[in-house]
Design a protein around this ligand. Sequence first.
Ligand SMILES: CC(C)(COP(=O)(O)OP(=O)(O)OC[C@H]1O[C@@H](n2cnc3c(N)ncnc32)[C@H](O)[C@@H]1OP(=O)(O)O)[C@@H](O)C(=O)NCCC(=O)NCCS
Length: 213
Amino acid sequence: MFKEEIINDIIKIVHTKPEYAQALEELQYIVFPNLAADEILKKEQYVKHLEIFPEGQLVALDNNKVIGGSTTMRYHFDLENPVHHTFSETSAGGWLTNHDPNGEWLYGIDVSVHPDYRGKGIAKAFYRIRNQIARELNLKGQLGIGMLNGYINYKEKMTIDEYYKKVKEHEIFDPTVSVQEKIGFELKGLMKDYLNDPTCGNAGAIIVLKVNM
Ligand SMILES: CC(C)(COP(=O)(O)OP(=O)(O)OC[C@H]1O[C@@H](n2cnc3c(N)ncnc32)[C@H](O)[C@@H]1OP(=O)(O)O)[C@@H](O)C(=O)NCCC(=O)NCCS
């Protein structure tokens, strides 16, 4: 089972422990400054996640300082007939109580990297470790809704549908979804009204990374 990974000789990724919960909540406010307050993950919720699905919770540390976090749960999702859902519905308001022990996908609730530590391969490492976890649990792979965070710069010029199409056709590089695609995720569709954040027009892309890819 996954224990720890060191990146660039400095950053350590390990499973989350309760003592990191407060710092993980603080990181949420830095990473998602425009997200609705009730969609920010809170300290108590991070602690609860460890009761529900400890294998799926990761933290990135720089000398014990929390600089990244990754939250997942197991979930059933039919890719051929995608059902609309919101972040709050899937994550049970952030508590993860919708975790399905028989769910065939490792569903990404959150990946957060502190702005000072971006571009150093931390998200890539999170997704690589998640893939290892998915493989160990015999799952199909990773699935999530990637926030279309670059839409803020285009919202006067086009609809979110047009923006998604341009990201998918590589005419626009989105700072979140295009990075996820670069890491290996496939874009499978647009999920509108997923959460409440004007940065991404409240929408995300359905993203999938199969274990056997
Ligand atoms: C999206 C996010 C998690 C990426 O984290 P990160 O640790 O900076 O990503 P990595 O360093 O692992 O980068 C992975 C690849 O994307 C590239 N990349 C990362 N950010 C990029 C950007 N803004 N523009 C162009 N390329 C970028 C990296 O160079 C790397 O490419 P490589 O494999 O060719 O070297 C981070 O920007 C973040 O926390 N954003 C805000 C929160 C968020 O949107 N989370 C996801 C919610 S769905």
